[in-house]
Design a protein around this ligand. Structure first.
Ligand code: SF4
Ligand code: SF4
Ligand code: FES
Length: 724
């Protein structure tokens, strides 16, 4: 799902993992282990078939290699994704699952706040260890003659939480989808090997966690983004779960500037235990005496467990700079201690959830998340208790039942040809995978090309609209651009399968024109070629004018020379002394003439003013430009907060936010994310117009409430009366 510009920037090129040095080092190695994940079984393997012996050996080998806990279960069909990342249907191939968990490291977590600069490195360390160990176990099973695939963070076809539950590695916790293990707490990463080797299965476990989490709210209180519910378990998608707001969590983890990602819920949970024996009394009491859950949770808090321990902090807080170096972090580091005085109440939380009908479609194409609907969906969920009552009353209809509808906005095609036309301009052709005709298109259309998940780029189609065998685009490599065209030049090679949109046309040709001028500057020539093909097919009068600095920089020269309409093409190479004189080209305007133009900004300005000057009406001048939705660039200005209870007026300068200024005046404002995500700093507004800059409130809530850490008065010098 598309969750806005800040998130896109933070995620681009995996920046959230790259920005921390020890994380990036491991992230690269992770890619190498993909080679171990899957393969063909040895046809002359021994195929041992004693299920108990196989189970014992698999566990022994896993523990010997260094897996922290391993559990065996069936791998039911519903634990498999329905489709893989390319859209291919998955037919569940293996009946069994070996679930493994890897400790993220107690010592380091002791020294961390959970959301400072070591956080993402702890995750990567655990992912890396599973990729290697799970990969080795999978390979050994294949050596024995059975099928096996390791499902890692890089590539997996199964949902891991239900498999962890089935194999007895933990229980569902308040944190949400995190399965909590009685020895490691939530401080773990998991991985699964699926296989067809016969094995006996373990059983799910109950160590009293449901009761414990009901009596403990610590993760909800400590979560910096306010993503964890302080309320009851609800029914989501047929599961009974403490449903967290994954949008808030993802936003915080990817955009936080004071660290890299987050695992504060793991760090502060009372079950974040040190070892098998050192906290055995806690584990025993928490599991066996339900009444002790609340006192134990309180005691854990009182003694400051989950707080900061600077003695254990061994790493430097360094971050990736634009020049590629890792240097001391620029922004204040997230070194928060426990917020013992914060009382997070469910009634004050604004949470969103995205069931199937609101979730992003399965295709790799942007899908804006509708938080309003997400909030409403959260409110519509019923408690597990209500659901049980419904079952007793015989109301067995599932409370939510959705099916995906609509057609894919993208098609998967093969790069069939790559032709470097100049030093910087390359022509790419795409054909369908099965050789069938591609969807129809018309001159002026463009394609959205999914270069990489973070680079969706629009390119005008340059071929002949009558040709449905291939689509063709021309791409200029922009050295100083945002990276999309450079990535494309690097990775789009013949045979590569890529996703593109169906042709989209915002630049329609008026086929009734009595004469058409096609004006292309630089790479802006591409749509003009498609127009020329069409106009020629219609037997219409047209001229194509192609401007470039010199012929060596101009792409498509041989295509233009070979076109049946080659005699209509005029070349203008400024460095070769024949710069285009737009006024001369367009002079003598007659009714029914149209001009189409595409090129650099200054080129477009030149053509437009010449067309205007010679009398082309506005609606006969057609421009091609692409726009991408942007989050507005807010401008900060001063404003005044009027405090209702005391009548006091507080000046908020442009360089500070309301929450900071209130704190300076001694008013306690609960603060967590400071990014407008978590919602703890919300405050009632009695009067005044607010510019809402948060990502948490619903439109309805915005009528009466503001987020103090981000939102401001709508006008410069505006006055907001707040309920303080
Ligand atoms: S923001 Fe951090 S503490 Fe909150 S749920 Fe996400 S990972 Fe856990
Ligand atoms: S912090 Fe408390 S409520 Fe949250 S998962 Fe741990 S035990 Fe459960
Ligand atoms: S502190 Fe999180 S929204 Fe303001």
């Amino acid at each position: 799902g598309d969750m806005g510009k800040a998130l896109q920037e933070g995620a681009k090129g995996g920046h959230y993992a790259r920005k921390s040095a020890p994380s990036f080092a491991q992230r690269r190695a992770l890619g190498a282990f993909v080679l171990l994940q899957d393969g063909t079984p040895n046809p002359s393997g021994e195929r041992p078939n004693d299920p108990q012996r196989n189970a014992d050996n698999l566990k022994a080998a896993s523990y010997f290699l260094g897996v922290d806990a391993v559990g065996l279960s069936r791998c039911p069909d519903w634990a498999w994704y329905s489709h893989d990342a390319t859209g291919e249907k998955i037919d569940p191939p293996h009946p069994n699952a070996i679930s493994m968990i890897i400790d993220q490291g107690f010592e380091t977590m002791e020294g961390a706040s959970g959301d400072d600069w070591i956080s993402v490195a702890q995750s990567m360390r655990a992912y890396l260890r599973f990729s290697l160990l799970g990969g080795v176990i999978a390979q050994q099973i294949r050596n024995l003659g059975y099928q096996a695939k390791a499902h890692s963070v890089m590539d997996g076809d199964v949902l891991q939480p239900p498999l962890l539950l089935l194999s007895g590695l933990g229980e569902v916790s308040r944190i949400g989808e995190v399965i909590l293990n009685p020895y490691l707490g939530p401080r773990l990463k998991s991985g699964v090997v699926t296989t067809d080797i016969p094995m006996t299965h373990d059983k799910p476990i109950d160590f009293g966690l449901q009761n414990f989490c009901e009596n403990c709210n610590k993760c909800a209180r400590e979560c910096p983004s306010g993503a964890i519910t302080a309320g009851p378990k609800l029914m989501f998608n047929g599961y009974e779960i403490w449903k967290s707001d994954s949008q808030k969590c993802a936003t915080y983890r990817i955009t936080t500037e004071g660290g890299a990602m987050c695992g504060r819920c793991m760090k502060t949970c009372p079950w974040n235990l040190e070892g098998l024996f050192s906290e055995a009394p806690f584990r025993w009491a928490a599991s066996n005496i339900p009444k002790l859950a609340q006192p134990l949770a309180k005691l854990d808090d009182m003694v400051g467990r989950g707080g900061l321990n600077d003695v254990k902090k061994w790493w430097w807080d360094i971050e990736l700079y634009e020049d590629g170096g890792y240097k001391p972090a620029r922004k204040p580091i997230n070194r928060r201690d426990l917020s013992k005085n914060l009382d997070v109440q469910y009634k004050d939380q604004t949470l969103a959830v995205y069931p199937a009908h609101l979730a992003p479609h399965p295709w790799p194409y942007p899908f804006p998340m509708d938080r309003e609907k997400g909030i409403a969906a959260y409110e519509a969920m019923i408690t597990a208790e209500e659901y049980r009552k419904q079952i007793v009353d015989g109301r067995l209809d599932p409370p939510h039942k959705y099916s995906a509808s609509g057609q894919s906005p993208v098609v998967r095609v093969e790069v069939s040809r790559v032709e470097k036309m100049t030093e910087d301009i390359t022509k790419y052709e795409f054909k369908s995978l099965d050789g069938s005709a591609l969807p129809e298109w018309s001159a002026g259309a463009h394609l959205d090309v999914l270069v990489a998940p973070e680079f969706l780029r629009q390119y005008s189609m340059s071929g002949d609209p009558a040709n449905r065998e291939v689509y063709q685009i021309g791409v200029l490599k922009e050295e100083t651009g945002r990276g999309g065209s450079k990535t494309m030049h690097r990775i789009f090679t013949p045979g590569r399968k890529v996703f593109i949109s169906k042709p989209i046309n915002h630049f329609e040709l008026d086929e009734t024109a009595s004469k058409t001028f096609l004006m292309g500057g630089g790479i802006g020539i591409t749509p003009m070629i498609a127009f020329a093909h069409r106009l020629y097919a219609l037997n219409k009068e047209f001229e194509l004018h192609y401007s470039s600095s010199h012929s060596g920089a101009a792409g498509y020269l041989s295509d233009l020379a070979a076109a049946p309409w080659a005699n209509r093409v005029h070349y203008h190479f400024s460095q070769e002394g024949n710069r285009a004189d737009f006024a001369k080209i367009l002079r003598g305007y007659e009714q029914g003439w149209h001009v189409y133009l595409c090129g650099p900004h200054r080129y477009m300005e030149g053509v437009v003013s010449a067309a205007e000057a010679v009398g082309f009406p506005e609606d006969t001048v057609h421009l091609e430009y692409f726009s991408t939705p942007d989050v507005p660039d807010y401008e900060n200005h001063d404003f005044i907060l009027r405090l209702e209870k005391s009548g006091k007026e507080i000046f908020v300068p442009a360089d500070k936010d309301a929450a900071t200024v209130l704190a300076e005046y001694g008013y306690a404002v609960d603060l967590k994310c400071s990014d407008g995500i978590c919602g703890v700093c919300q405050c009632r507004v009695l009067e005044g117009e607010v510019e809402h800059r948060d990502f948490v409130l619903s439109q309805k809530q915005r009528q009466t409430t503001m987020i103090l850490c981000q939102s401001r008065a709508a006008q410069k010098g505006g006055v907001l009366t707040v309920d303080i």
